[in-house]
Design a protein around this ligand. Structure first.
Ligand code: ADP
Ligand code: MG
Length: 548
């Protein structure tokens, strides 16, 4: 592409097949794409939201209600659609939940911006207004949030249930059971930073899944589950009071790098050579025995001969374990990962009440459990079909995120659209103090927030406009600001009483990310695409494939 000046005007030479959208056209197209992406996930919002079935080009089927997953599997090509996918991912990373919300909200902000553009409001003004509104919303969220005592399991339980609400993974009893597992797990890995602030590293909760049994067979494991089998059939299948050597060492004779030839001229020499190798392996096993370990788990390989000696010594060995699992084992058992057998001491060993190989759905897995105060734990998901197991994993990941963020921030807000209606009222009030055209943008921002109660009521089969009017009126009354959509009774209801609680971080992050995405998209007034057809470019008409 070359740039030139011609009569004071910039001329842009585009290569063959390139397309270019300028000014209002670019904005219109981008807004349409953003809105289309939001529409594609909108019907999945909330417990009454529908599931989506996604079929990949290889024919793999995913059935889910999870916003981030839906977008990821849709394989969108348009750059604006990719921005929308990115905010769902950011939301997932930062808050662990609220991925549908953030995309729906961003779509609505774009739709509102589109209306303002048509009325002749400049994009810069809209961007400025949205920024002010997002900041005000965050402030107000903190103001209306309620404090939670991280020890208060009853409230944590409610937050977990709301987070799990939309996922199709079983009845309320099952969900209650799963909530307890997650709360347990989060509390177990909870830590404090040097300033005494609670921090939770999600990676320390390992999720393993296997089809089989039912979702109610899902279990909490106070330790680590390794998707490997015990190395040798002659080894014990289980050991109580396990003393575990965690190794980053191969129990093998290193082969020489170059093709060094060893001249063997007689059978005796051959024997001697083999005996020498055997002795070296025997020595390695001897070192392990001396450390008093009765289990070894290594990231590297174990020679057959070494396996034989280990089995003879009654030691369980598991080999080629993933590095990430080794780190978890170290945290769970308080053992140290040792890189040389010469350094292996009894103090380095980890401890577990039980190490056992179990056959699960036809495959062997090693359970390292009953660890004392483990700083890494596992949740083992079971379920009747792959779809159930996969959706349960997504759901539990959301709940882990929600519970962690509420424990870290110790603040929650009300769900069911109650918070959004409150924020909208507050923003409209605030916009009156702001002169000029930004006022219009702040009002649009307020309208956009109301998409949440609107969509929730729609999915419950209620009249969305009617419900919204009722909610607005209720929120203007003295103690009506706890009201939201009671999707199970199809009326407006008190979310505080119903216990529909959500972590403040989920809402705050959704508002920030959605407004940021809409600002980025609005700022674009020139789209140059070097490909006319196919992936990566702008499809004519702007709609990504497969969207309504
Ligand atoms: P996300 O991916 O954004 O988390 P969900 O499908 O989990 O989307 O839906 C979350 C929305 O559903 C939130 O606005 C939340 O307040 C609402 N919600 C969840 N449970 C209830 C409930 N029992 N009653 C009313 N609203 C609920
Ligand atoms: Mg959710």
């Amino acid at each position: 592409m070359a740039e030139d000046k011609f009569g004071g005007q910039q001329i842009l030479y585009l290569p063959d097949g390139a397309t270019r959208l300028l000014g209002r056209d670019a904005q219109r197209t981008n807004i349409a794409v953003g809105v289309a992406v939001a529409n594609a996930v909108k019907s999945a919002l909330g417990p009454k939201g529908m599931d989506k079935m996604l079929v990949s080009d290889l024919g793999d089927i995913t059935i889910t209600n999870d916003g981030a997953t839906i977008l990821q599997e849709m394989n969108v090509e348009h750059p604006v659609a990719k921005i929308m996918v990115d905010i769902a991912k950011t939301q997932d990373k930062e808050a662990g939940d609220g991925t549908t919300t953030v995309v729906v909200l961003a779509g609505e902000l774009l739709r509102g911006a589109g209306e303002l553009l048509e009325q002749g409001v400049h994009p810069t003004t809209i961007i400025k207004g949205y920024k002010i509104a997002a900041e005000k919303s965050a402030e107000f969220l903190t103001h209306i949030s309620k404090e939670i005592d991280p020890k208060d399991d009853a409230i944590l339980q409610k937050i977990a249930m709301v987070s799990m609400g939309s996922k199709n993974i079983g009845d309320d009893k099952t969900k209650e059971y799963l909530s307890k597992l997650v709360i347990n797990a989060v509390k177990q890995v909870m830590d404090k930073d040097p300033r005494g602030k609670i921090i939770i590293d999600h990676d320390l909760i390992k999720i393993e899944k296997k089809v089989g049994g039912s979702i109610a067979d899902t279990q909490f494991i106070s330790g680590v589950l390794i998707d490997k089998e015990i190395a040798h059939p002659g080894m014990p299948k289980s050991i109580k009071s396990a003393k575990i050597a965690l190794l980053d060492v191969a129990l093998e004779i290193e082969k020489t790098e170059t093709d060094a030839k060893i001249e063997i001229t007689s059978p005796e020499q051959m024997q001697a050579f083999l005996r020498q190798e055997e002795q070296m392996l025997k020595d390695m096993v001897e070192k392990i025995k001396n450390s008093k370990a009765n289990i070894i788990i290594t990231q590297k390989g174990i020679d057959d001969v070494a396996q034989h000696f280990l089995a003879k010594a009654g030691i369980i060995a598991v080999r080629r374990v993933k590095k990430s699992d080794m780190e978890k084992l170290s945290k769970a058992t308080s053992g140290k990962i040792v890189t040389s057998l010469d350094d292996l001491n009894e103090e380095d060993l980890g401890f577990a009440g039980m190490v056992e190989e179990k056959k699960i759905a036809g495959e062997q897995m090693v359970f390292v459990e009953d660890c004392k105060n483990p700083k890494s734990v596992s949740i083992f998901i079971r379920g009747g079909t792959q779809h159930v197991v996969d959706e349960a994993e997504r759901s539990l990941t959301d709940v882990i995120g929600a519970i962690s963020s509420v424990v870290e921030d110790n603040k929650y807000v009300l769900g069911g659209g109650a918070t959004e209606v409150d924020l909208a009222i507050e923003l409209r009030k605030y916009s009156n103090d702001i002169g000029g055209r930004e006022q219009l943008a702040i009002q649009k921002f307020a309208d956009a927030l109301e998409i949440i109660p609107k969509t929730l009521s729609e999915s419950a089969g209620m009249d969305a406009i009617d419900t919204l009017v009722q909610l607005r009126n209720k929120h203007r009354t003295a103690d009506g600001n706890t009201y939201g959509v009671d999707i199970y009774k199809n009326i407006i209801g008190d979310m505080q009483k119903l216990g529909v609680f959500e972590p403040i971080r989920v809402k705050k992050q959704a508002i920030y990310s959605a407004s940021e995405a809409s600002e980025i998209i609005l700022r674009i007034d020139d789209m140059i695409s070097s490909k006319s057809k196919g992936g990566g470019g702008m499809p004519p008409g702007g709609m990504p494939p497969g969207m309504d």
